[in-house]
Write a protein that binds this ligand. Structure first.
Ligand SMILES: Cc1cc2nc3c(=O)[nH]c(=O)nc-3n(C[C@H](O)[C@H](O)[C@H](O)COP(=O)(O)O)c2cc1C
Length: 191
């Protein structure tokens, strides 16, 4: 077995009771053995991207970039805003992709999950996000997909994801992401 895997996790919401942040928190305990999920929880502190400042980004951005670089893979958990990715998440993606030639995302295996109170579960935001990941030369996992619809019904009062089917689908995605990561690193899969 290769060394442990670290996944950098980022949710595209800064809302206190965010479903997507709750999904990311739950993912922390659903990762396979030997895997650490490093949850980035400072999205609210990331200022609007300004190309004038990209050569000397604020500390929160350089810290985010260092943590992405340290990670073997990246997990995005995104809400859907107007059929796309929330601006706060796109803003963080833009910061970490700059300056030109110094993107922290380059070459990282990645996976996407989404949760929405609606009945489509954020799938259109996933599709939009995937386009950006291709341009960033990341390696998105195709399947399994995690699309949590009717999100309000799946969490308890403390914001813990309690739906067994959703938890199982997250577990499977995380396991596949680790396998995908090892494959891209050239580590043979366990027999
Ligand atoms: C500006 C805005 C646009 C939204 N657009 C969509 C949408 O296109 N599709 C959808 O399923 N939900 C949409 N919603 C509802 C969000 O899915 C819902 O607010 C969700 O709880 C946000 O994720 P969070 O709980 O992680 O903060 C929108 C919400 C806002 C505030």
């Amino acid at each position: 077995m290769a060394d442990s895997i670290t996944i950098f996790g980022i949710a595209g919401s800064i809302r206190g009771n965010s479903f997507n942040r709750a999904v990311l928190r739950s993912a922390r305990i659903l990762v396979p053995d030997g895997t650490e999920l490093d949850v980035f929880d400072d999205l609210a502190e990331v200022p609007p991207f300004n190309e004038d400042n990209e050569q000397s980004p604020p500390h929160v951005v350089s810290d985010m970039k260092a943590r992405i670089r340290r990670a073997d893979a990246v997990l995005f958990v995104t809400p859907e805003y107007n059929y796309s990715v929330p601006g706060v998440l796109k803003n963080a993606i833009d910061w970490a992709s700059r300056p030109y030639g110094d993107s922290a995302w380059e070459g990282k295996p990645t996976a996407i999950m989404s949760a929405s109170p609606g009945f489509i579960g954020g799938v259109r935001a996933q599709h939009h996000l995937r386009q950006s990941l291709v341009f960033l030369d990341m390696h998105p996992l195709n399947r399994p997909e995690v699309i949590i619809t009717n999100a309000g019904a799946h969490f308890d009062h403390d914001g813990t994801l309690i739906d067994p089917a959703s938890r199982e689908s997250i577990r499977r995605l995380l396991s596949s992401l680790v396998t995908w990561t090892r494959r891209l690193q050239g580590v043979p899969a366990a027999a």
